[in-house]
Design a protein around this ligand. Structure first.
Ligand SMILES: [Zn+2]
Ligand SMILES: [Zn+2]
Length: 178
């Protein structure tokens, strides 16, 4: 089983990493794995950058076979290496303001107050990503063991408006919590 890079023949498939369409004619990354539910294999399709963030191991395995003209190759490798070095980074699924005060932080176990920033987590298992709860934005360094989370946060927070995005960036780039 080997992972693949290929040009998307249609625009129908969605990226497993960000849930947005994979545009026809653009290079996409396919992670091949044994189908856990049936005979044979299955392929999970990603934007290469989404795979670098969320499936770093698979992407790094495939990079040596990637087409010469793969855009941002060094950047993809750098992102994926960070995900291997800090094993919780690939769980980042973006940031949002808590719509209620019900969720507890997976890092400190305290409630996340309504209206404050929280980081969404997903867990990958057997070809699926499942919602994995939240951490306070302020708990990012404690939980991810690195303060370097802006890139994946920004990448998977496509739903934020321009102003919200700027606010989030300000908070993330402010003095990192210890
Ligand atoms: Zn994507
Ligand atoms: Zn917390």
């Amino acid at each position: 089983m080997s992972h693949v890079f290929e040009v998307a023949p249609t625009g129908r498939a969605k990226c497993r990493g960000c849930n947005q369409a994979l545009a026809r004619g653009e290079l996409r990354f396919g992670e091949r794995l044994a189908n856990p539910f049936a005979e044979g294999e299955m392929t999970l399709w990603f934007h290469p950058r989404c795979a670098a963030f969320k499936r770093p191991e698979a992407l790094l395995e495939a990079l040596p076979q990637a087409p010469e003209d793969l855009p941002d190759r060094a950047d993809l490798e750098h992102i994926a290496q960070a995900g291997l070095a800090h094993r919780r980074l690939p769980r980042i699924d973006g940031a949002e303001r808590a719509p209620s005060g019900q969720a507890k932080c997976r890092s400190c176990r305290e409630p996340i107050p309504k209206g404050t920033w929280r980081i969404r987590l997903v867990f990958y298992e057997e070809g699926r990503f499942s919602p994995g709860g939240f951490v306070h934005l302020a708990c990012r360094t404690a939980y991810f063991e690195t303060g370097d989370v802006w890139e994946p946060l920004a990448h998977f927070s496509a739903g934020l408006g321009e102003d919200e995005r700027k606010e989030l960036e300000r908070e993330v780039r402010a003095d990192p919590p210890a």
